[in-house]
Design a binder for this molecule. Structure first.
Ligand code: LMR
Length: 392
């Protein structure tokens, strides 16, 4: 029967990752997959993670199953990190998931269980898996315009025109911060406008936040989603511990669902049943590292300090690239880079141009020209800027 299997569609981000690995040139630069890298090109295990792991090894007495929704200490730690008391605990149902991806999938499955007719409005562009995860959960995707490539900012006119088609019971997927792939984030005014729109239309917000701490700071990057949480009766929040805790392969994610208090038990039970139907019990090691860090003041302070250094490094590289591009192009056409937030920006470019960047200059970016600032070093910036100026 497997001879009838169609060839799987290759993921555009993972394809770049694989091509980079296979390239023997030592001058190659990986600006593809969204992982943080230090100046030596390494993705480090964070100091607080190492210490928390040691603590766990010493103190853990069992590895028996947790609950179907995971460990309550992980729920508490992440809820506080994300929402900081914005919403009463009695209104939040939480479930650990397999990474941020699993958290989005779980949220989509919950929507499907509650309202199979819901359409999920998803920004164009977005992280490609968003569309896949919604569709694989059996939901219909409705794209909404989001990015204005001319200005490098948000296409507000297009966004509101497209969202105008949303009906009560539909869902709008928003990026909490550091929009992937554009780096163009909603402003406080936009978040306020979004809250009014959601209230007026009876539309459910679904916020995916995978880069908290990489934009302007932990609290700053959560301000928008906290505003939505504070103003809406219901909301789904999917969060990842991959990037800000550097726990990529541990798959530590969480789905939080805000709802009226009397709906919470059913929502929580449904999240557990959905986990049971796919993974049974969620992975615990990464989740427990996170709750250990967040509940220990010294570990937490060290984690925040290292995350601040990581953010500063990414922002420094962003500025350095914008400066080098100004010099290399003799114009401000990439000036928008300094306005954007997080690891990513989109430079545009045809498939041929992206291939030329890769083949001729060893510069790997994702299709559409998404580049990961964290893959740069101060040494590689001038070379990358010259290649971009030549090709794009
Ligand atoms: C990315 O956008 O590069 C990351 O979120 C990694 C992934 O899984 O695609």
């Amino acid at each position: 029967m497997f001879d009838r299997l169609p060839a799987p569609r290759q993921d555009p981000i993972l394809k770049v990752m694989q091509m980079f690995r296979e390239d023997p040139r030592d001058t190659k630069v990986d600006l593809g997959v969204g992982v943080y890298k230090d100046d030596t090109g390494n993705t480090p295990v964070m100091r607080a993670v190492k210490r928390a792991e040691r603590k766990l090894v010493e103190s853990q007495t069992t590895k028996t199953y947790t609950a179907l929704v995971g460990d309550p200490a992980f729920h508490r730690g992440m809820t506080d990190l994300l929402l900081a008391g914005t919403v009463l605990a009695e209104r939040i149902a939480a479930a650990a998931a397999t990474g941020g991806t699993g958290a989005v999938r779980l949220g989509m499955e919950l929507i499907r269980a509650a309202n199979p007719d819901a359409r999920v409005f998803i920004s164009t562009p977005t992280w490609p898996s968003h569309n896949t995860l919604a569709e694989k959960a059996g939901l219909t995707v409705a794209p909404y315009r989001y990015y204005d490539a001319e200005t490098g900012g948000i296409d507000r006119k297009g966004m509101w025109e497209d969202l105008d088609a949303a009906r009560p019971g539909d869902v709008v997927l928003l990026h909490g911060c550091c929009h992937n792939p554009t780096g163009a984030d909603l402003t406080p005014d936009d978040w306020r406008g979004m809250a009014s729109f959601l209230t007026e239309r009876g539309v459910l917000p679904f916020i995916d936040t995978a880069y908290q701490g990489f934009g302007a700071g932990l609290a700053e990057d959560a301000a928008g989603l906290r505003h939505i949480a504070a103003t809406q009766p219901r909301m789904i929040l999917a969060a990842s511990g991959a990037k800000n805790f550097g726990l990529y392969r541990e798959r530590a994610g969480i789905t939080l669902v805000i709802c009226p208090e009397d709906e919470r038990a059913t929502v929580s039970g449904t999240l557990g049943a959905l986990n049971r139907a796919s993974i049974s019990f969620p992975p615990d090691h990464g989740a427990r590292i996170i709750s250990t860090i967040l509940s220990d003041p010294a570990l937490r302070a060290d984690w925040e300090a290292e995350l601040t250094d990581m953010r500063d490094r990414v922002n420094g590289l962003r500025r350095a690239l914008a400066d080098a591009l100004r010099d290399a192009c003799g114009s401000d056409r990439f000036g928008f880079l300094t306005e954007q937030k997080g690891m990513f920006s989109v430079l545009g470019g045809t498939e041929q141009q992206i291939a030329r960047l890769r083949d001729e200059f060893g510069v790997y970016v994702v299709g559409g020209g998404r580049l990961n600032m964290a893959g740069l070093t101060l040494a590689s910036v001038p070379r990358v800027a010259k290649a971009i100026a030549r090709v794009l």
